[in-house]
Design a protein. Structure first.
Length: 105
């Protein structure tokens, strides 16, 4: 996780992402072990593209349109996409939602 990540804010986001992943990919996702910040979407979870789309929809429902998973993926090259972790996504969500709160307040 990056040095500017805030673990106290990231942990609940990781928990929510885990719940969403189970909703889109099923309980068998947890058979491989717990989902952590270091868990990769490709190698560890083997998510299919339709599951990414479903996750993106759930993220937008929960956090708003600023959390654009597909847009985040579009900014990455193929190696970065394949190596992306759940923690990376959680940090992205934290940054976007924190920025939204500071702009609104």
């Amino acid at each position: 996780m990056p040095a500017d990540a805030h673990p106290e804010r990231i942990r609940p986001i990781l928990d929510e992402i885990t719940d969403m992943l189970v909703r889109v990919a099923g309980e068998e996702l947890l058979v491989v072990g717990p989902i952590t910040a270091a868990t990769t979407f490709n190698d560890d979870l083997a998510l299919e593209s339709i599951e990414f789309v479903a996750l993106a929809e759930l993220l937008q429902q929960r956090y708003g349109t600023a959390v654009d998973l597909l847009g985040l993926l579009a900014e990455k090259d193929i190696e970065q996409i394949l190596a992306m972790t759940v923690g990376e996504l959680a940090v992205h969500i934290d940054r976007v939602t924190t920025a939204d709160r500071s702009c609104a307040g």
